[in-house]
Each structure stands twice: as C-alpha cells, then as structure tokens.
Design a protein around this ligand. Structure first.
Ligand code: GSH
Length: 228
C-alpha cells in the first residue's frame, strides 16, 4: 500500500482545453502525470491551451514558456521541464521507486528527434532516409525491451524510462500514421507488447487523451511550422 502524501499537492499546469476540461496531446505533461500517478502522489491539474498561453508563464519557466510546469506548495517554488520535474519527484517521494535518469537505461533518447525529422520532411528521397532512421531507433528500443524480463524496460513493472518512452511512442505511432500513413511494423513485437501493457495501467487510463487529439495536434503543429 502506498503512503499518501497529504502535506504536498503540486498544482500542475499541463496541456489541454480549459473550456472542454480535457487533457491535451503533450507527451511531456503525460510523462510527469504518469510519474505522479505511479507514485501515488495527489496533484491538481490546471489545463492550458498551448496556442493561448498567458504571458506570466515565461516568468516562472525562465523564459522557456513550455508546459508542463508546477508549483511546490510547501515553498511556492516553480518547477518546469519534465526532465527536471521527474527527478525532483523521485527525490521528494522515494517510497515508490521509479529511478532517476542516471539509474535507468536510456532507452529511446533519439526517438523524438528522429520522429520529428521524419514527419517534417516533404522531399520523397529524404523521406525514405528519415523513415529508415526512425525505424533504426525503433529497432533499438525493441531490442532493449527484448533484453528485459518484459513487458517494460523495468521488467514486470514500470520504471522512469518506461514512463518517458510510453507517451513518446504514443505520439510516434499515431503521428506517423496520421501524417505519413506509415504504421509501426508488426515485427517490432516488444514495442507492441509494451504499448498493450502500459495502456492497461490505471495511471495511463487516468491520464488518457484521445488519438484524435494526437493526430490533429501533429497536423496543426506542422501547419504552424509551414510544412505542407
Ligand atoms: N523539454 C520540455 C519540452 C516541453 C514542451 O515542448 N512542451 C510543449 C507542449 S507538448 C510546449 O509547451 N510547447 C509550446 C512552445 O514550445 O512554445 C519538457 O520536457 O517539459
């Protein structure tokens, strides 16, 4: 049984629609919420529209203006960037250990950059090259997963690497299909098993956002970047 923390509740700002009260398609917000859920730490979430962000965000994120960010209620200190928030949560709430970045295998570190390169390209020859680079990343993730006792990088249970990887794979799988009509190859069986397993977790169900949000989000992002 996990100890509940009544003395600390983080106000968290994550991507979503304040009007509809629905979570948005942000893999970084997803990762930090999964971490809180898996640790059993209660949190409030405030939804922010990425296209309509209040100016004060820049002040509390040292000019970065990215979601997610949070306040530590004990001190009023602002925290931002999932790469900083997640290790902070591991130190602050050590009872349910998920591991800090230097304690878990660095799986899929180049996945998101490779995916971005692929969905951004419009040149046919370049597209084939970028797809091959993305497939190489996915193959290396698949073989890492096959080395573990599975279905996760952490073995039978999730660790911090899984909670980073899951949200990013969700975007890669849905985004590649929506933008390039390309589907994750069936032979990457460990990735398919990983996704099936993580989607069944309570933490995933509690932080779920629709496939349509992800697909529409990538079309909109590429349009904003001037990619046709
Ligand atoms: N390195 C940051 C990246 C966060 C990020 O890029 N968030 C997106 C939403 S998914 C964002 O805030 N985009 C708005 C912008 O970059 O102006 C993290 O891990 O938290």
């Amino acid at each position: 049984m996990l100890k509940m923390h009544s003395s600390f509740v983080a106000f968290r700002y994550v991507k979503g629609s304040p009007e509809k009260g629905e979570l948005g398609d942000c893999p970084f917000s997803h990762r930090t919420m999964l971490t809180l859920e898996e640790k059993g730490v209660p949190y409030n979430k405030l939804l922010l529209d990425e296209l309509n962000m209040p100016e004060w965000i820049a002040e509390v994120t040292e000019g970065k203006s990215t979601i997610p960010f949070a306040t530590e209620l004990e001190t009023g200190k602002w925290l931002y960037d999932s790469d900083k928030i997640v290790p902070y949560l591991e130190d602050k709430f050590p009872e349910r250990k998920l591991g800090k970045p230097d304690e878990v295998p660095q799986v899929g570190a180049n996945l998101f950059p490779a995916f971005m390169e692929y969905v951004k390209t419009t040149d046919k020859a370049d597209e084939d090259k970028k797809r091959e680079a993305l497939i190489a990343e996915l193959k290396s993730i698949d073989s890492e997963l096959k080395k573990s006792e599975g279905p996760y990088v952490g073995g039978q249970d999730v660790n911090a690497a899984d909670l980073k990887l899951g949200p990013q794979l969700k975007h890669v799988i849905i985004g590649s299909k929506a933008v390039k009509q390309w589907e994750l190859p069936k032979e990457l069986t460990a990735i398919h098993t990983f996704m099936e397993a993580i989607q069944k977790r309570e933490s995933w169900k509690n932080t779920y956002y629709t496939e349509k949000y992800v697909a529409d989000g990538w079309h909109k992002k590429l349009e904003t970047m001037g990619v046709k």
